[in-house]
Design a protein around this ligand. Structure first.
Ligand code: NAD
Length: 253
């Protein structure tokens, strides 16, 4: 069978690849001809996803906060894929509430999932990407990593670090032809925002806020973010590195 598609023959590992934005990215990766390691802490959803996608994907359980777990994910993933062309790091976590109520445990947890996990992935994937003659790292940050939002200062800090980390890595890894780009979505309609919405005073308040603040007047959907993963993981973006692409309905301007 001839391989066709924008990602034909590409070998991809994606963390947080089971639900919502990550789940949609996996669907597009496979539709575009890639083979995919779906890595996530959600074992039930992960096993279902692997069955649904058939021979083009496997599921590996990973906890991105745990260095050993990420190391195993990369090694086992590469063993199944036969190499590595792209690492996409989508796993993420959010807490919302007033700053005085944010405690050290939650602060550390935000950084462990959103930021430190991304460091581990890069650390263990780079040797394989180098061996492939280059490749792509695509990290998930947020609009919250580029500008502030009330009630989620810890989350903003952890995602801002992801943007800065990607900027630096792009410079460090360019000589190896490893491109590093970051995705910064605004309000995307998934259960991820439930705590933030509660903190804003509920769904009605959030809907009103979105109408006023988002120039396009609505939230985005996972299928309006996931194509960026395809673009940034593919050779179509071969001249792009060190960018933090915003997809937010026009807020960031
Ligand atoms: N929804 C939004 O409005 C929005 C906006 C900007 C950025 N983001 C980012 O997009 C990403 C995906 O968000 P989503 O809206 O699809 O939410 P989601 O909660 O469905 O996705 C997060 C995924 O990461 C997994 N995960 C969580 N902790 C993990 C861990 N320790 N180890 C491995 N996997 C873990 C979850 O099981 C889940 O599949 C997140 O990084 C989030 O910060 C979302």
């Amino acid at each position: 069978m001839d391989m066709v598609g924008r990602l034909a023959g590409k070998r991809i590992i994606i963390t947080g690849g089971v639900n919502n934005i990550g789940g949609e990215a996996v669907r597009l990766f496979i539709a575009e001809g890639a083979r995919v390691v779906i890595a996530d802490i959600d074992e039930t959803g992960g096993k279902e996803a692997a069955v649904r996608h058939g021979p083009a994907a496997i599921f590996l359980r990973v906890d991105v906060t745990d260095e050993e777990s990420v190391k195993n994910m990369v090694h086992d993933g590469v063993a199944w894929l036969g190499g590595l062309d792209a690492l996409c790091q989508n796993a993420g976590l959010q807490y919302a509430g007033p700053i005085e109520e944010l405690d050290a445990l939650r602060w550390d947890r935000l950084f462990a999932v959103n930021t430190r996990g991304i460091f581990f992935g890069v650390k263990y994937a780079v040797p394989y990407l180098r061996r492939a003659g280059g490749g792509a790292i695509v990290n998930m940050a947020s609009l919250a990593g580029k500008r502030g939002a009330p009630g989620v200062a810890g989350y903003c800090a952890s995602k801002g670090a992801v943007v800065a980390f990607g900027n630096a890595l792009a410079l460090e890894l360019a000589k190896d032809r490893i491109r590093v780009n970051t995705i910064c979505p605004g309000w995307i309609d998934t259960p991820f925002n439930d705590a933030a919405i509660a903190h804003m005073g509920g769904r009605e308040r959030q809907a009103e806020f979105v109408r006023q603040v988002v120039p396009l007047g609505r939230q985005g959907t996972p299928s309006e973010v996931a194509p960026l993963y395809v673009y940034l993981a593919s050779d179509e973006s071969s001249y792009m590195t060190g960018q933090a692409l915003v997809v937010d309905g026009g807020i960031y301007n």
